[in-house]
Design a protein around this ligand. Sequence first.
Ligand code: SF4
Length: 424
Amino acid sequence: MSEENRYFRRGLGNRPAVVGILHADYHSGLVEFLKASGHRFHHDDTTLRLAREFGFCYGVDRAVEYAYEARERFPDRRTWLVGEIIHNPGVNRRLQEMGVRFLPAAETVGDHLAEVEADDVVIIPAFGVPHVDFTRLRERGCILVDTTCGSVLTVWKSVEKYARSGVTAVIHGKYDHEETRATCSQVTCHAGAHFLVVRDRSEAEEVCAFLEGRIDRTAFLERFAQAASPGFDPALHLERIGCANQTTMLSSESLEIAGLLRAAVARRHGETAAVARVRSFDTICSATQERQDAVLELVAEGCSLIVVIGGFNSSNTNHLVEIASASTRTYHIEDAANLVSERWVRHKPLGERSPLVEEGWLPAGPLTIGVTAGASTPDSEIGASIERLLRFRGVPEEMLAEADAEGRRIAEERRERERSQSKA
Ligand code: SF4
């Protein structure tokens, strides 16, 4: 097999063969209907507002599609996924059913790539993989389907630019998140380059405290032991810094952190020096930004409660929960099954590690329910949750069935238009 046929970054050329299956697995007539009805459903004293932007982003859509294409094109080869394709248990389960095997997380075994052989297919998830894993997989000669999102690559370009010019990348993110680990690896493949990962405003303030001489080197290194590059010395490596972020963080917090660091450097070295010593690029992806803005709109409209659907370990979903719950009663559920009944809900409150079951969550009387979903939640799961919510609120079965049928008709018309355009 030629080199060209061992590395795929722009699809595998068999999209038409998988479009129908993807549609059947992940689409929802009810969601299509809502989109065509101004993202609003009204019946008696219930109004349901679906966020203007929600669910699968362009990067996830593409990653899932390429995984399906890979199975269709190479049905007889062992197919591996490095970690999870996205943080959605339902989608990962579906891929497993299709025969995709999951490689263990790097920190759980000695060599997480040990089982991969030259004849295998390996799918790189939308988060990307650490540079060393990518190099090893290329050397092993297996077929690589690289779904690393273009917006993640933009972050990599920023931190590489910093690394080449001797600037330490200060990355707003979670040091143990797949995307951030991959981003950090783009720094350390440049000799002598360093990174520091800060999770939130409170950690950024610790960095400011060091910059202004309020905490010492030992205290700093204890605090950031796991979140800094090997050999990191704050006295040396915070001299010139460049801010970047994991693409799914709270954009307002990323901007705030960049501002805090710049202000601390200005207080220590003066305004002119701060311009030279602190660089910043906003690398929050547009899909994350649009979903966060759309939740703020739901909040501004005065929803009585907001349901956020998405993996409990999904970073972008948790940030939607954070925004919504600042002012509105919010329930983070993973799927429709978590909406147990009108009386009981299984949800993960903001900041908790595990979900809990709560009684008396859905009030009687006039109600406006806002619904949104993280970038790794397919329409099928959103539609199933909305259907359940509307049923709890007494929307008749025939009304739901009509809406679903109408949405399917709209989606079919669109697919038909796309088919004729691709033939033309
Ligand atoms: S959230 Fe943004 S960076 Fe992540 S996969 Fe989606 S589009 Fe790409």
